[in-house]
Design a protein around this ligand. Structure first.
Ligand code: PEP
Ligand code: MN
Length: 269
């Protein structure tokens, strides 16, 4: 695929009203919204640490049945309270058309498509159709498998539905063999995505790549050295008690220590 064709997407700079997005854009918050209190306390701590964009999963497609699948629409007013009480922008994952309608109705500012959904073209198309006429930033995570074309296809579907404020999220790729990573970064894939769609912003998700909090710093620094635009990081008021992804979350204070260490060097690519 070395000489694969460049791809033209009709993109617009990602913006949020009244917010200057500076590199690295930071999106932080818990893997899942669990309770109203957990959401508000985590958001307040993140806001006090200077973060402006909050993430929380409301609908959680889980690998095995029986795991916590998110609180669903019940949690949307919690995110609305985050906006009202902290002034943060809020983002969540959408996995079907109904999620899109509910999230928009609730005033969610940013939507993203999760790795399990990106791997399913019919699901992506359904979401893209639901996004017609919507003007929100949409982030598309890579599919769980290392398939660049599938990732590009999902980005194209969303873009063809009229979403111009579009970015990709690199969250690593699953492998059967165990490595130090939960999802192997395979940096060559997002690098090739950037080569083929140079004007597409890319955000790194070090939490799902590393699978453990100790790896967040080195993965984030690597992403910045590769000229990524931002980071999406999981942060919970009490990671050990998180209902999902406990081992990879950090407190807002720990997150601040990590991000303060990141240096923006001249890009290596
Ligand atoms: C998440 O962001 O919490 C999530 C479920 O991620 P992914 O879709 O990358 O597995
Ligand atoms: Mn997670």
């Amino acid at each position: 695929t070395k000489n694969a064709k460049m791809i033209q997407l009709d993109l617009e700079k990602i913006s949020l009203p009244g917010l200057d997005l500076e590199r690295p854009w930071m999106i932080a918050g818990p893997c899942s919204a669990e309770t109203e209190e957990q959401v508000l306390e985590t958001a307040t701590q993140l806001s006090e640490a200077g973060y402006k964009i909050f993430r929380a999963g409301i609908w959680k497609p889980r690998t095995r049945p029986g795991a916590f699948e998110g609180v669903g629409t019940l949690g949307l007013p919690w995110l609305k309270r985050v906006k009202e009480e902290t002034g943060m922008f809020v983002g969540t994952e959408v996995a079907n058309a109904n999620h899109v309608f509910e999230a928009i109705k609730a005033g969610i500012d940013i939507l993203w498509i999760g790795a399990r959904t990106t791997a399913n073209p019919f699901a992506v198309q359904e979401i893209a159709d639901a996004l017609k006429g919507v003007d929100l930033p949409v982030l598309v995570k890579n599919p769980v498998n290392p398939d660049l074309e599938l990732w590009i296809g999902a980005l194209e579907r969303v873009n063809q539905a009229g979403i111009k404020k579009l970015a990709a999220i690199h969250r690593g790729f699953s492998t059967y063999d165990k490595s130090k990573y939960r999802n192997h970064p395979q940096w060559q894939i997002p690098i090739e995505l950037k080569r083929r769609i140079p004007n597409l912003p890319i955000i790194c998700d070090p939490s799902h790549i590393g699978g453990k909090s100790e790896l967040i710093y080195e993965i984030s620094q690597e992403a910045m050295d590769l000229n990524f635009d931002g980071l999406l990081v999981e942060s919970h008021r009490c990671p050990a008690k998180a209902w999902s992804d406990a081992s990879q979350q950090v407190t807002p204070t720990e997150l601040k220590e990590i991000t303060d260490k990141i240096v923006l060097r001249a890009p290596q690519i």
